[in-house]
Design a protein around this ligand. Sequence first.
Ligand SMILES: Cc1cc2nc3c(=O)[nH]c(=O)nc-3n(C[C@H](O)[C@H](O)[C@H](O)COP(=O)(O)O)c2cc1C
Length: 299
Amino acid sequence: MQKKILVIYYSQTGQLGDILSNLCKPLADAGHDIDNVRVEPETAYPFPWTGKSFFAVMPDCVKSVPTKLKPFQLKHNRYDLVILGYQAWFLSPSIPCNSILQEPAVRNVLQNTPVVTITGARNMWISAMERIKVSLKEADAKLVGSMALVDKHANFVSFITIFHWMFKGKKDRYLNIFPKPGVADADIAHCRVYGATVLQHLEKENRDGLQDELIAQKAIEVKYNLMFIESKARKIFAVWAGIIVKKKNRTPWLVAFKYYLIIALFIAAPIILTVDAIFFKPFLSGRIKRQKQQYSGVN
Ligand SMILES: Cc1cc2nc3c(=O)[nH]c(=O)nc-3n(C[C@H](O)[C@H](O)[C@H](O)COP(=O)(O)O)c2cc1C
């Protein structure tokens, strides 16, 4: 029987759009009715970004302040599956994604509906996804699958290359030395495999075990070092955002945050990770395993 599927997302550069079209290819080929909704904010975010505009969105991301979206139509009142594409901005759901989740029409279709989420991130998506889990729960949606596509290069390499991409507007190799930024083309194309898994479960009307299968296919993987850095950084970002929103002139504070970020990533993180690897990590294997299960799971 033909199923109704809502695919809803925002994508600034089109990367998440490419990920979703590959994911949905098997569903479309099987003849299901796909309502593809790419949402746009009423005031577009600049692309390429400037340093100032990029850091200026941090407080609203962290504080979940929504933006006004351009009106959009959903074809149906009920769907058999909702596929939500999201991206992390400053370890939070991006402002447009957060805004999608606050739209009454979207909340209405989410109620009692199975949801699959997918992100195309640099490499730090855990905190954003945990917040999306809360929003989905508040909307009475049933999260049944979750996937995370990332830039698999070293953390400091992807940090440099994403800024090249975001500030120059081109997903190409910085100085012809660094690798291409973002999610690799092969990983984007590979999403069809995950789409086939989603299709199988959708047609069997049995979503139990979908996430276990996606985990086995490595559609989502939690890396310890990144999980560790994110767990510390999200608390510190909340403190920065709390301070910055109270300031009349945010500019010097956002500049200070930018330098904090660079120092934290290139100097503090390697030191803290080394201390952790020697004194803590070896004694916390049970806790680490539970955290990885929680973050890659759908509960
Ligand atoms: C303002 C901003 C902040 C970002 N912060 C993060 C982040 O915290 N973690 C992460 O993995 N990626 C981060 N990214 C990368 C995005 O998640 C995403 O991969 C990229 O913007 C491309 O997505 P698109 O499909 O919207 O073009 C950030 C991007 C932007 C523009």
